[in-house]
Structures are given as structure tokens and as C-alpha cells.
Design a protein around this ligand. Structure first.
Ligand code: FE2
Length: 322
């Protein structure tokens, strides 16, 4: 099932209006960068800048969100259990580009390679600062934890990552983006005891559409593409993974950054041979004000952040790969 977004979508720009970063270079580096937020601010900024220009993805330590992550991941299992027991919750997706609520199993195919693949072995619960999920159908404690994740992950991304990203983007991103927005997701990758299909993933290979993402997984499986290789992103309980997406690359390019200044991370979540245990992850997609101009059509017409992401969503839906 793909949510109906027709009722409240902004008009999507023409396909050639959106700059999509080309494939990464063949440079191969030995390890996924680690950013320790206990370091001095200028050191953190430099580490973030280097990671954004190299991998587009970094492991993050000492971020201060570990207790919240543990609590929300523990509560998330109950949410999907309630959905399994109540089909009306499963149908609770709101229409529009920025849907809130449930996206069911085998309804998404994230792979952007153009090859036919089986749908991802995945389902999710979604909410954002501009949509309303049906929280009244879920335990209040879960809603509070989810709101805390939205607030705290948003502050962390803006406060500790935008300064370093501004270095490589060549502009003050906090000023350029204005009032931030957060879209959040809990991914649930169910356990299985039969091997997945050929090439099937828990999340197919893709780059994120928006500018900046934080992910808190509860186990291994995430990989990042570097050159022609897929590298495992080592899993350590309590660590966050932060990655940059295509919109940041487009925005930097509009402001004159050189093509290689920012390297959005292409990533995926492997579906290994059976048996596999259940895997979950928390996600926070940071973006700025919806009317921020992040790209321009060839004739110069501005493309806003909302239009940019909407175009990418609609293009993926049209390919049937989302
Ligand atoms: Fe992603």
C-alpha cells in the first residue's frame, strides 16, 4: 500500500527541476567516520565537515539521547503489536505528501537503481511537526517519548551538525533554512525464518531526499556505499548514525559549492539469510522551512524544500520503487 498523497500535495516541479547527485567517486576509505560530540565544538565541526564531504554518513557518540532511544525502541514494539491487533490503526495513514501513521509490510521499494526488486521487508510508523499521527489510539507514554525524540533529535541535528555542514556547504545553513521541521519514523523489520528473495533488502539502496537524517538502530545491518563497495556501518548500542541527503547537496550547489563538497550517503539495510531476528530503528529527518529555496529549474525558477522532496517522492512512486 502506498499512501494517497493527492489531496494535499504541493505541485511537483518538472523532472529536470531537481538536481540529483551523481554516483559517488571510486575513492575507497577504510572506515566509517566517527564523530564524538564530547570533543571541542571546533573539532566536532571539522569531523562533521570531513564526514559530509567523504562518506556523507557518520557514527555519532556521546550525543546524550541514549536513554530516550532505549525507551522509545522498547515502546515501539508494543505499537506494532497494537497495529497487528487493530486493522483500523493500520489504515490510519493521513493523505498528503507528509503522511502520518502506518506504512505496512511490503509497501515500499526504496531501491533507486532501476532494477526490479522485491519490496522491502519493512513497515513503519510516521509522524512530523506538520502532521498529526493518531496518538490517541496509542499509549500516552509512547506519544510522549515520540515527541521527545522529535524535539531532542531536532535540536541535536541543528545544534551540533549544521555548523560543520555549513563549512562544507559554504553558507550558514541555519540561516538559509530558517525554522526547522522534523519528520520522524520508527522502522520495523520483522523477523523471518525463510530466506528473502534475490536482491531483496530490508531497506533498498537509496540516498535520503531531505538534507539531514539521524538514525538509531537496535542492531547491525546498515551499509553505506563508498565507491564501488558496500561497507558495514558498525553497530554499537547507543550510537547514532547521521547522514546527509540530496537536498543538502542541491542547496549547496545552488549557493555555489563545488560538486564534491557534499557527498550524500547511499545506504541500505541488508536482509541476511534466514533466520533473522527482528530489527527496529528510530529515524529523525531534519529539514528547514518548507519555502526554503533549495534548487532552481534550468530557467531559474526556484524550487522549494517542500517541492524538492515531494518531487522525489512522486518520482519514486511513479517508478514503483518506493
Ligand atoms: Fe535512508
Amino acid at each position: 500500500m502506498v499512501p494517497d498523497r493527492s489531496s494535499s500535495c504541493p505541485p511537483a516541479p518538472a523532472p529536470d527541476a531537481v538536481a540529483v547527485r551523481p554516483a559517488v567517486s571510486s575513492a575507497v576509505r577504510p572506515a566509517v567516520p566517527v564523530v564524538d560530540l564530547a570533543a571541542a565544538p571546533d573539532v566536532v565541526d571539522r569531523l562533521v565537515a570531513d564526514a559530509a564531504a567523504g562518506y556523507g554518513l557518520m557514527r555519532v557518540r556521546n550525543h546524550g539521547l541514549s536513554p530516550l532511544i532505549r525507551g522509545l525502541l522498547a515502546a515501539a514494539g508494543d505499537v506494532f503489536g497494537r497495529i497487528d491487533a487493530d486493522p483500523t490503526l493500520a489504515a490510519s495513514v493521513t493523505a498528503g505528501a507528509d503522511y502520518a501513521g502506518y506504512t505496512g509490510p511490503l509497501s515500499v521499494r526504496l531501491d533507486d537503481s532501476g532494477t526490479a526488486t522485491e519490496p522491502d521487508l519493512h513497515r513503519s510508523w510516521n509522524w512530523s511537526t506538520w502532521t498529526t499521527a493518531p496518538w490517541d489510539r496509542l499509549p500516552p507514554a509512547f506519544g510522549h517519548l515520540a515527541q521527545a525524540w522529535q524535539d531532542q533529535a531536532g535540536r541535536l541535528l541543528a545544534g551540533r551538525f549544521l555548523p560543520g555542514l555549513s563549512i562544507v556547504a559554504g553558507l550558514d545553513l541555519a540561516a538559509a533554512y530558517g525554522r526547522p521541521r522534523l519528520a520522524c519514523r520508527i522502522n520495523d523489520y520483522p523477523a523471518y525464518d525463510r530466506d528473502p528473495g534475490a536482491g531483496q533488502m530490508r531497506a533498498g539502496a537509496h540516498r535520503d531526499y531531505g538534507p539531514l537524517t539521524a538514525v538509531a538502530p537496535d542492531g547491525p545491518g546498515l551499509q553505506v556505499e563508498v565507491g564501488d563497495r558496500w561497507l558495514d556501518v558498525p553497530y554499537t548500542p547507543g550510537e547514532l548514525v547521521v547522514n546527509v541527503g540530496d537536498e543538502l547537496w542541491a542547496l549547496a550547489a545552488v549557493h555555489g559549492a563545488p560538486p564534491g563538497a557534499i557527498a550524500p550517503a547511499r545506504h541500505r539495510v541488508l536482509a541476511g539469510p534466514a533466520p533473522q531476528r527482528r530489527r527496529q530503528s528510530l529515524v529523525a529527518f531534519w529539514s528547514g522551512a518548507a519555502d526554503t529555496v533549495v534548487d532552481r529549474r534550468p530557467e531559474g525558477t526556484p524550487v522549494t524544500s517542500a517541492e524538492y522532496v515531494m518531487f522525489r517522492v512522486e518520482a519514486a512512486d511513479a517508478r514503483g520503487d518506493r
